[in-house]
Design a protein around this ligand. Structure first.
Ligand SMILES: Nc1ncnc2c1ncn2[C@@H]1O[C@H](COP(=O)(O)OP(=O)(O)OP(=O)(O)O)[C@@H](O)[C@H]1O
Length: 229
């Protein structure tokens, strides 16, 4: 589903590569934790998957296609296939829970009947049934992250990218969020999650890819967090 083939990314004006000759393959059914100290290249990896930035050399393939060869007008279609969840939720504060999720379908032109059927189903899946009329600031942090996950998943993307999704949540709430991401993974969505959350990584025992100074220094099938920071 995701292939990095000898990918190096050096940002303009930087001497050191943010990613240095990274080759990694992630299959469709996988759940992968991306770990490493601050500045090790995790966000750069995720940005390359989204084609928010391009490699200096090497190839990034999504579902078998070299995404850096895609013409610009095809990039929105690529991004539609990739849901994103962030530490700071990034909800529209003036829209209700329902509208935050519906908006993701409306902007890609889904018919109203589809929106009306799908949004309640997804809100129920993430455990927010009955809360569709609330505004984001009337929800707990964990509930807000559930809205963000519902919005990322409502379009049934091939890939879900999560950048520190539990970074603002307490441990118990984080476990609930991880259960949800695991459930989404089991529906066939590839999940790649960058995290510093030792407890979560050690508990989930999923594949762990560790970056250090832009290089892959560890890639374990059922790994633990494993490095001191
Ligand atoms: N837009 C940019 N321009 C120049 N250098 C950048 C840019 N973005 C990132 N870098 C550099 O690239 C390296 C990797 O950064 P990146 O953000 O990928 O790390 P990270 O592992 O995601 O860190 P964190 O855990 O703090 O989010 C760092 O040295 C960073 O300073």
């Amino acid at each position: 589903m995701i292939t990095f083939d000898s990918v190096t990314k050096t940002y303009p004006g930087q001497r050191r590569a943010a990613l240095d000759n990274v080759s990694v393959h992630v299959d469709k059914d996988e759940f992968v934790f991306l770990v490493g100290a601050s500045g090790s290249g995790k966000s750069t990896f995720l940005r390359l998957v989204l084609r928010e930035t391009r490699p200096t050399s090497g190839h990034v393939l999504i579902d078998g296609r070299e995404i850096n060869k895609l013409p610009g007008f095809r990039v929105p279609a690529l991004r539609r296939q990739i849901g994103t969840v962030f530490q700071d939720f990034r909800l529209l504060s003036n829209k209700t829970v329902y509208d935050n999720v519906a908006f993701a379908l409306q902007v890609i032109g889904k018919p109203r009947s589809h929106v009306r059927q799908t949004v309640p189903e997804v809100l129920e899946m993430v455990g927010l049934e009955g809360k569709g009329d609330r505004l984001p600031d009337e929800l707990s942090g964990g509930e807000q992250q559930r809205v963000a996950i519902a919005r990322a998943f409502v379009n049934k993307p091939m890939i879900l990218i999560a950048d520190e999704p539990t970074g603002n949540l307490d441990p118990t709430t984080s476990v609930g969020i991880m259960k949800l991401l695991d459930r989404i993974n089991r529906t066939g969505t590839t999940v790649v999650m960058a995290t510093h959350d030792v407890g979560i990584v050690d508990q989930m025992r999923k594949r762990v890819i560790e970056l250090s100074g832009g290089r892959v220094v560890r890639d374990e099938a059922r790994g633990v967090y494993g490095y001191q920071h």
